[in-house]
Design a protein around this ligand. Structure first.
Ligand code: GLC
Ligand code: GLC
Length: 815
C-alpha cells in the first residue's frame, strides 16, 4: 500500500494522506540554517548546530507523534470552526490534503469547507531564515471572514539544556514585539549576541508570546484557547515558555486569495552594537530590518524559490542516467543525490531519529558521506576533509565525533574507534579522483585543532596508515579498540552495569581483540594511498605502503578465513567471532564485503565462496541481514550488539549501510544480476509498494530494516541520516553502472544485469561533460570504449585523450 506517489517530472514526492505510518519528513536549507519539516508541518529549525543553536522546540517521542512544528490555525469567524490546514495539530477532517516534498522545499496544500490553503516552506540559499509562503483562497460563493494564527515554540538555544534544566529555564525567557515581528532574545542581555525573529508580512490583529496564554491551562496544541475564542492576548513572555504567535484577520470574497509570508530567522549583532539605545537592554533591530523588509516581499520570495530550483538543477545535472529500471533512475537522478547532500550537511546529528543533541558530526560517518557527495560540490567537500582532519589526534587516531558549531572534537565520546582514521584516506582519495586537485595534500592542518601542531594533510594520511600498523594483535590483524565500523561490536567493553555506555566503557586493555573488518579496510585504504603516492612520484614510500597492504591482505586471508566465509573478529580471549564454531552470530556481512572490495580472496576462490555463503545465510527478501543467527542473549564479551533483541539494529537487521559493500563486491566478481538484485531489495522506491510494512519514507534510505529473525521483518527505522545514502550511490553509479572517477581519468566499466540492453549517462568530470552510451552485444562484461569515434584500450578514458574538450561522446560496447 502507498501513501503517495513520485512525481518524477517535478522531482517531488507527493503524499496524499496525512497520517502516514511515521512522519515523512524533508529538510530545508543547505549551508548554515536548517529545518526539518514533516508532511504535517512538524519539525524545527536551527542555525548550524541542532544542539547549540536551536531556534524552535520539537518534542521527540511524544504523543501524538510529531509534536511541535510550524503550526497554523485557520478560523472561520462566521461559524467559529477552526482547523489546522496542515492537518496537525488539530487533525480536523480535510476535504483535500497533499504534501509535496521537493528538493529543499515542502508544499502542503489542503481544503476544508471551501477554504483552500497552500503553504510553501523553504530556506533561501545563503540566508539564515525560513520562509512560509502561505496562500489562502476562498472557493465558496459567499464571502469568508477568517483569521489565521501562527504558532511556534522557541527553544532556549541549547536544546540539551532546554530539555532538562527547568529550574533555570522557567526564569529566563525574554521577547520583544514590534509591529508584526516577534523577537526571541533569551540570554541576549548577557553573553549571546544572537536572537531569533518571527515576522508576518501582514499587519496583525494580535499576538502571543507566552505559551500558557495562547494555549490556556492544561490544553494541548490541538485546542488553543486563543484560537478557540478567536482572540490573541498580546501576552509578553517574561520567563516560562516563550512562543511566537501572530493573528491575521481578513475577508475574502468568492475566489479571492490572500498571500501572507512568515519569516522565521536567526540574526547576530556585532558585540559592540547589541543594544539600541546602547545602554539599554533593548535589542538593536536596525541590523535586521533590512532583511525583514527584503524577504517579506512576494516577488523576492518568488525569485529565491526559483533560485533554489536552479541550484538543484545545477547539482543534479552533473550526473544523470537513463536505465531500463525506473527505480534506479529516480534514485540516482534525484533522491539518492538529495539524500547525499543531507547526510553531507548533517552527518548523524538531526533527524526524527537523531535528536540533534546526542551526536554531532561523526568522523567515520562524514568521511563516508563524502563518497557520495564529492561530484556535487567539490569545494565544500574539500573544506569538510580539512575540518575532519583537524580533529585527528597526533597519534593518528581521531575524535569519533565533533560539534559542527565549534568544529572541536567531542570529549564525551573521545577516540579509540580503530577504524576511524582509515576513512579519511578513502575520502581524500575520492576527492583526488574527482578533482585532481593535489594541492589539498599540502594544506596545513592541525591535530586536535591545536595551533602550532599543523602538518600537511599528506602527513595526516601517513599517520592514518601507521595508526593501524602500530596496533596489531596476536594474529597480526588490527586491534579493534572500542569498536570498528560496527559501533556495537564492543570487544573490550565487558560491561555488567546497567546504564554504562557501550561506546566508552573499556574494561580490557585492548591488546587482544582484533578486527578482520579493519584488516580489509586497511588493505583498501593503503592501496588507495599508494596510488596517490605513485602520482606524486613518491615511489619508495608507495612501494612500502603497498607492501603493508599485501602483508595485511595475506594475514587477513589466513587468520581471517573460517572455511566458507571471512570471520568477523577475534575477541579478548582469542576466540573467533563470526565463525561456524559459534552458536549464534556465525556469519557477519561486513568482512565478506570489505575483504572482497579490497581484493582479498579474489585469486584463491575465497571471495566467491564468501559471497555465496552470504547469499545462502544472510540474504532475504528485504535485503542482506547483518548477521546470522541473531544473538538471543547478552554476551558480555561482544557488547552492545547482543543487547538488541534479535533482528533489530546491529543484531541481525538489514543494516542497509553494509548492503552496498556486497553490491560492489559482486561487481568485483562480475555478477551484475546479483548486484542489482541486492540494490533493488533495499531501494526505497522499489519498496514504495509495501509502505505499510516499510513505514519509513519511500524516497530515502533508512539505516535499518528489521531482519528476518525479528517479529516485524521489513519494517524500516532511522531514515535519512545513514551512510547507506553515500554507499548506495557509489555502488550503483560507480560499480554497477561502472562510471568511476580514477586518478588517471574517468572509468567506464559497467557490470550490469545480463538482460539490460544498455543505458545512458551524462556525467560532468573535471570540467568536461561525458555523454556516455552503453550497449550490450553479448552476455559478458568485457567493455570496449570508443571516444568521439576513436577506440581506446582499457576502461579508463585517459585525461590526455579528452584534453581541451568541453563535451565528449563515449560509446561503450559490452559483450
Ligand atoms: C551508525 C553509526 C555508524 C556506525 C553504524 C554501525 O550508523 O552512525 O558510525 O558505523 O551505526 O554501528
Ligand atoms: C548505538 C547504535 C549504533 C550507533 C551508536 C552510536 O550503538 O546501535 O547504530 O552507531 O549507538 O552512538
Amino acid at each position: 500500500m502507498r501513501y503517495g506517489t513520485f512525481d518524477d517530472e517535478k522531482l517531488e514526492y507527493c503524499i496524499t494522506q496525512p497520517d502516514t505510518p511515521l512522519p515523512w519528513i524533508n529538510y530545508l536549507g543547505t549551508e548554515d540554517f536548517f529545518g526539518l519539516i514533516s508532511n504535517t508541518a512538524g519539525g524545527y529549525c536551527f542555525y548550524r548546530d541542532a544542539r547549540l543553536r536551536r531556534l524552535t522546540r520539537y518534542r521527540y517521542n511524544n504523543v501524538p507523534a510529531d509534536s511541535g512544528g510550524r503550526y497554523l490555525y485557520l478560523r472561520d469567524r462566521q461559524t467559529d470552526d477552526y482547523w489546522s490546514p496542515t492537518w496537525q495539530p488539530v487533525q480536523s477532517t480535510l476535504d483535500h490534503y497533499s504534501c509535496r516534498h521537493g528538493l529543499g522545499y515542502t508544499v502542503i496544500a489542503s481544503e476544508r469547507k471551501g477554504i483552500a490553503f497552500s503553504g510553501c516552506y523553504f530556506i533561501p540559499i545563503g540566508e539564515n531564515l525560513e520562509i512560509w509562503d502561505i496562500t489562502i483562497t476562498n472557493r465558496r460563493k459567499e464571502e469568508a471572514d477568517l483569521s489565521l494564527f501562527s504558532f511556534i515554540e522557541f527553544c532556549l538555544w541549547d536544546a540539551q539544556d532546554d530539555a532538562t534544566n527547568f529550574q533555570r529555564n522557567y526564569n529566563i525567557a525574554e521577547v520583544e514585539v514590534e509591529g508584526s515581528t516577534i523577537f526571541h532574545k533569551t540570554e541576549y542581555r548577557e553573553r549571546r549576541n544572537h536572537f531569533a525573529f518571527f515576522h508576518c508580512s501582514d499587519p496583525i490583529a494580535g499576538f502571543d508570546t507566552q505559551r500558557e496564554a495562547f494555549l490556556g491551562r492544561y490544553r494541548g496544541f490541538d485546542q488553543p484557547q486563543a484560537v478557540e475564542q478567536g482572540v490573541s492576548f498580546n501576552s509578553i513572555a517574561t520567563s516560562w515558555q516563550p512562543i511566537g504567535s501572530h493573528q491575521v484577520q481578513f475577508h475574502l470574497s468568492g475566489d479571492e486569495s490572500r498571500r501572507i509570508i512568515f519569516l522565521l530567522g536567526y540574526h547576530e549583532n556585532p558585540r559592540s552594537q547589541k543594544f539600541d539605545p546602547p545602554e539599554s537592554n533593548t535589542l538593536n533591530k536596525k541590523t535586521v530590518y533590512p532583511i525583514i523588509r527584503e524577504w517579506e516581499h512576494p516577488e523576492r520570495v518568488d525569485r529565491a524559490f526559483s533560485d533554489l530550483k536552479s541550484y538543484w538543477k545545477g547539482i543534479l545535472q552533473k550526473f544523470s542516467v537513463r536505465t531500463p529500471v525506473n527505480h534506479v533512475d529516480r534514485m540516482i537522478n534525484t533522491w539518492n543525490a538529495y539524500q547525499c547532500m543531507v547526510t553531507f550537511n548533517l552527518s548523524r546529528s538531526a533527524s526524527y531519529f537523531e535528536s540533534g543533541i546526542g551526536r554531532g558530526m561523526g568522523f567515520r560517518d562524514s568521511n563516508q558521506d563524502l563518497l557520495g557527495f564529492m561530484h556535487m560540490d567539490p569545494e565544500r567537500a574539500r573544506q569538510r576533509i580539512l575540518d575532519l582532519a583537524a580533529t585527528q589526534l597526533e597519534n593518528g587516531g581521531a575524535y569519533h565525533q565533533y560539534q559542527p558549531l565549534t568544529k572541536r572534537g567531542n570529549n564525551d565520546i573521545g577516540s579509540g574507534f580503530n577504524d576511524d582514521p582509515l576513512w579519511l584516506v578513502l575520502s581524500t582519495s575520492a576527492y583526488l579522483r574527482e578533482t585532481g586537485d593535489y594541492s589539498i595534500l599540502e594544506e596545513s592542518v592541525p591535530f586536535e585543532n591545536q595551533p602550532g601542531s599543523e602538518q600537511p594533510l599528506l602527513e595526516h594520511l601517513d599517520r592514518c596508515i601507521s595508526y593501524t600498523k602500530e596496533r596489531l594483535g596476536p594474529h597480526g590483524l588490527p586491534l579493534i579498540g572500542r569498536a570498528d565500523w560496527n559501533d556495537c561490536l564492543n570487544l573490550n567493553c565487558f560491561s555488567d552495569s546497567p546504564g554504562q555506555s557501550f561506546q566508552t566503557t573499556t574494561n580490557r586493555e585492548g591488546k587482544n581483540a582484533e578486527s578482520v573488518f579493519i584488516g580489509g579496510l586497511f588493505v583498501l585504504a593503503a592501496n588507495a594511498y599508494a596510488d596517490i603516492l605513485d602520482i606524486l612520484q613518491q615511489t619508495e614510500k608507495s612501494t612500502r605502503i603497498r607492501s603493508y597492504a599485501n602483508e595485511m591482505a595475506k594475514v587477513t586471508d589466513m587468520a581471517g578465513w573460517d572455511g566458507q566465509w571471512f570471520l568477523r573478529a577475534y575477541d579478548d580471549q582469542g576466540a573467533a567471532v563470526g565463525s561456524h564454531h559459534c552458536t549464534e552470530g556465525k556469519i557477519f556481512i561486513e568482512p565478506q564485503g570489505i575483504c572482497t572490495m579490497a581484493g582479498i580472496g579474489l585469486d584463491n576462490g575465497h571471495a566467491v565462496q564468501a559471497l555465496n555463503s552470504l547469499n545462502a545465510y544472510l540474504s532475504g527478501k528485504d535485503g542482506i541481514a547483518l548477521l546470522w543467527p541473531a544473538f538471543t542473549h547478552y554476551y558480555i564479551n561482544l557488547g552492545e550488539i547482543t543487547s538488541y533483541p534479535p533482528g533489530y539494529k546491529e543484531n541481525g537487521s538489514v543494516f542497509c549501510h553494509t548492503n552496498p559493500w556486497i553490491m560492489i563486491a559482486e561487481t568485483k566478481l562480475g555478477d551484475g544480476d546479483r548486484a542489482l538484485d541486492y540494490y533493488l531489495k533495499i531501494c526505497p522506491s522499489f519498496r514504495e509498494e509495501i509502505s505499510e510494512i516499510h513505514r519509513c519514507e519511500p524516497y530515502v534510505y533508512a539505516q535499518t530494516i528489521a531482519g528476518p529473525e525479528s517479529p516485524t521483518p521489513g519494517e524500516a527505522k532511522n531514515s535519512w541520516l545513514t551512510g547507506t545514502a553515500a554507499w548506495n550511490y557509489v555502488a550503483i553509479t560507480q560499480y554497477i553502472l561502472g562510471i568511476r572517477p580514477e586518478l588517471t581519468g574517468l572509468r567506464v566499466e559497467p557490470i550490469i544485469p545480463k538482460d539490460w540492453e544498455g543505458f545512458q549517462v551524462v556525467r560532468d568530470f573535471r570540467g568536461i561533460r561525458y555523454n556516455i552510451s552503453v550497449r550490450r552485444k553479448g552476455k559478458g562484461n568485457h567493455c570496449q570504449l570508443n571516444i568521439d569515434g576513436q577506440d581506446i584500450e582499457g576502461t579508463v578514458i585517459p585525461l590526455s585523450v579528452v584534453e581541451g574538450k568541453k563535451q565528449v561522446m563515449v560509446q561503450a560496447i559490452i559483450q
